[in-house]
Design a protein around this ligand. Sequence first.
Ligand code: URA
Length: 231
Amino acid sequence: MRLDKFFSEQKILSRKEVGEKLRRGLITVNGQTVKKGDVKIDETLDVVALEGVEIPYKKYTYIVVNKPQGYVCSTDDPRDMIVTELLPPELQKLELFPCGRLDKDTTGLVILTNDGISAHRNLSPKHHVEKRYRFQVADPYSEKDATAIEAGVTLADGYTTKPCKIERTGDTTGYITLTEGKYHEIKRLFGARGNKITALERVSFATIELGDLPLGQWREMTSGEVEVFRG
Ligand code: URA
């Protein structure tokens, strides 16, 4: 990779800024001052430093955010606030996108990344990635409701949902784990049983947990989580 691309791809410096830093002798590769942006480096092996500070190469970024209500899972929206607005400017520059969608009124775990291949693989129905949600419904639900939803429900559009798992925590509360992500799926599952979701929060995606990340806050995935996500 060209040295100027190393900086511009990671949005650390623009090509013009790289040129200035190079001219002033502020960039080194393996300890040697380099003056030209077209120098080829091996970004996985060579040690690049800017003003004496080592810059590790990171091709992709993986972020977990706790989405509040009112934000949409999109990269651009004329009306609503978008999840990437929860990130600081230096991360907003990386053009991250949400891996899957939560409804505007759903809270909880959203993964933001620029690794399109892994995002696509995690969303593919073939991979059966488990997504767990905490829910509350308006009216008490019965064991019969839970069993019917778990087995799969034929929705108004004729689609029959894949089997899922419900863990009851109260008459109107519980956790539901899905391995697919159809539009408004959980709302439609309970709707098909004459009930209504009143609160929905995604608490995990595969083995990646929301944990105690406060609402509206973000964190980088751990290296273990990145490994899970990249498969
Ligand atoms: N199911 C829904 O109905 N809404 C979500 O946001 C996620 C799953």
